[in-house]
Design a protein around this ligand. Structure first.
Ligand SMILES: [Zn+2]
Length: 108
């Protein structure tokens, strides 16, 4: 995949996540305004909301890092061991910053 397509994919993913974070914020402010019962159930308690938000914020940070690495010409190279990240892994998760071996290691 060429760099422009990768960048577009990352930016699209970023836009979706930003929207999700905004939705979570709105819901947290107006819990009784949830536009669907399903959403209310999903975002039923503060801990779940906080977990969803931090997950989305973390993913956003990965996407930003991936975009920076794309600019630096280091996209697709594992941040931990320097090996190439498999294209299969990048296809599933374009914001991957580590190869599958490093990602599976427990955090130090
Ligand atoms: Zn690695």
């Amino acid at each position: 995949m060429d760099q422009d397509s990768i960048r577009k994919q990352l930016l699209d993913a970023k836009a979706i996540l930003e929207k999700r974070v905004a939705t979570i914020h709105n819901h947290a402010r107006n819990p009784l305004d949830a536009d669907s019962a399903e959403q209310a159930a999903q975002l039923g308690n503060v801990e779940v909301v906080a977990a969803l938000e931090s997950e989305a914020v973390e993913e956003l940070a990965s996407i930003d890092s991936a975009l920076r690495r794309l600019d630096d010409g280091k996209y697709g190279v594992c941040m931990t061991c320097g090996d190439d990240i498999s294209s299969k892994r990048l296809a599933v998760r374009p914001a991957s910053l580590e190869c599958v071996d490093c990602a599976e290691l427990p955090p130090a």
